[in-house]
Design a protein around this ligand. Structure first.
Ligand code: AHR
Length: 503
């Protein structure tokens, strides 16, 4: 019977923030050391120690924003350890990701603020720093902001110049801690509210002195609705002078990881279970928005999903949260993006965890080479939506129910956006057989300029290795225009399609 997609051209949702396709890089396993930074190692091309084969792949993705240095690592990171001459920087324990294991090295602090900014420059990505609220102080956080952004004649601004950066880095996004309900200090929501107010006050005091654009602060939220509500409620207890407590943040974050079965060994039921669980990302956003509408109804605080993705049991059991990256994982990412586009009016950023080698990475490396994962290609296709206006997209399709899961899995997922005279449509067929899909626009006269399909010839268990990366690259797919703004396409089993239409 097939599925039908109707792109409602006269039902715009909001502009899709390009930062939805953001990344996250933590001092964890081989994400930074080995993945992005190799220092003096000359087995791969480098620029100032940065690994260029990784950078070249990531640069092709137009990465908009990169969050660093953690994660749990952020709440034990003292930024001054990572600036100045490298040979003088201290070696520290990596409190969260060494975990007493001799096979995971200590933190050498070779990669610090200036090295991170170099990566962002090479990628043309906006930096997003997570400040240490768990074991640091508000003064330390404010000093980091001053070091990065202040354009005057202070000791910290001059230190930045001595370290090679005359011009401020203009870091716009600042996380006020990370998961402070967990690894970042195991705080109650009330305790985090107090700490958040204190840290945000001092960060704001530097913000007022900056010459470039204002910073945007991100508070730590939770996927537990109750935590968010208690945090937001407690924040109000000490409203003071001209700013209300909800003016102390521009964004609230949520993190969502999901899994079902093992990374490469799963049955059909686990395939669908993973897809069902990936739908929680959209649900988390809705819950956070609902809580904000109760406690801060006048604010325009938006949601930042600054860690998301698949976290298989194999990652936990192996060094540095590494796992195989399959087509199943990539298909789940496509659905997450469709869900985020539907919420484009409230979501300002999302950051996949993590960019290189760790969890649902986009690039994997060994000592000599770097190659893309299946999820890399989904990002590549979906970035075509960046900056466009999300259009309400109605999908008429069967749904697969999964026992004990709150969400079912619509067999076809889709989203669309408008860019001047162009409509961009992405859709995934999550069924394990091909599906005939009819796409309808409101207006006649559109023509298909480009079409691409991912994973037409690969199984859902297929995962990227150094020698098979080409198998996941996009191919063209036939689309038939049947008149009156309608198009027919037979979408292969478990595949992702992108269509560019001249409207
Ligand atoms: O991405 C790995 C870890 O997951 C992060 O350090 C932490 O924030 C989350 O729990």
């Amino acid at each position: 019977m097939g599925s039908a997609i109707h792109v409602q051209q006269r039902e715009p949702i909001a502009e899709i923030d390009p930062n939805l396709y953001g990344h996250f890089a933590e001092h964890l396993g081989r994400c930074i050391y080995g993945g992005l930074w190799v220092g003096e190692d000359d087995r791969v091309p480098t620029e100032d120690g940065v690994r260029m084969d990784t950078i070249d792949l990531l640069a092709d993705l137009d990465m908009p924003v990169l969050r660093w240095p953690g994660g749990c690592f952020a709440d034990d990171y003292h930024w001054e350890d990572g600036i100045g001459p490298r040979e003088e920087r201290p070696t520290r324990r990596n409190a969260f990701w060494t975990q007493g294991r001799a096979d995971i090295p200590e933190e050498p602090n070779e990669f610090g603020t200036e090295e991170f900014m170099r990566v962002c420059d090479l990628l043309d990505a906006e930096p997003y720093l997570a400040a240490n609220l768990g074991s640091g102080s508000p003064g330390e956080a404010a000093d980091w902001l001053e070091y990065c952004n202040y354009d005057g004649d202070t000791e910290l601004a001059n230190r930045r110049a001595e370290n090679g950066s005359d011009d401020p880095h203009d870091v716009k996004f600042w996380g006020v801690g990370n998961e402070n309900w967990g690894c970042g200090g195991r705080m109650s929501p009330e305790q985090y509210a107090e700490e958040f107010r204190r840290f945000a006050t001092y960060l704001r005091s530097v913000d007022g002195l900056l010459s470039e654009e204002d910073v945007e602060l991100v508070s730590v939220g939770h996927i537990h609705d109750d935590w968010n509500r208690k945090f937001l409620d407690a924040l109000d207890e000490c409203a003071s002078f001209t700013e209300g407590p909800y003016d102390l943040m521009e964004h609230m974050s949520v993190h969502r990881y999901y899994e079902a079965g093992s990374d490469t060994d799963f049955d059909d039921e686990e395939y669908f279970r993973l897809l069902a669980r990936s739908r929680k990302v959209g649900g988390d956003v809705d819950n956070a928005v609902d809580a904000l509408s109760v406690y801060a109804p006048e604010s325009d605080i938006s949601i930042v999903v600054d860690e998301w993705g698949v976290w298989h049991p194999e990652a936990t059991n192996t060094n540095g949260l590494e796992q195989e990256n399959t087509v199943r994982d990539a298909i789940s990412a496509a659905g997450v993006f469709d869900d985020l586009h539907e919420r484009a009016d409230v979501v300002a950023m999302a950051n996949i965890a993590q960019t290189v080698n760790v969890l649902q990475c986009l690039v994997q490396t060994d000592e000599d080479d770097a190659w893309p994962t299946p999820t890399y290609h989904v990002f590549d296709l979906y970035e075509g939506h960046a900056g466009g206006t999300a259009l309400d997209t109605v999908v008429d399709t069967d749904a697969h129910e999964v026992e004990d899961e709150p969400y079912d899995v619509p067999l076809v997922s889709a989203s669309a956006s408008e860019h001047d005279e162009e409509i961009y449509v992405t859709l995934s067929n999550r069924a394990l057989e091909s599906e005939d899909v009819t796409l309808t626009l409101d207006d006649d006269g559109a023509t298909v300029r480009d079409s691409a399909v991912l994973f037409a010839d690969t199984d859902v268990e297929a995962y990227s290795r150094k020698d098979n990366a080409a198998a996941f690259a996009p191919e063209e797919i036939d689309v038939e225009a049947t008149g009156d703004g309608t198009f027919e396409v037979t979408v292969p089993a478990s595949s992702v399609v992108a269509l560019t239409l001249d409207a």
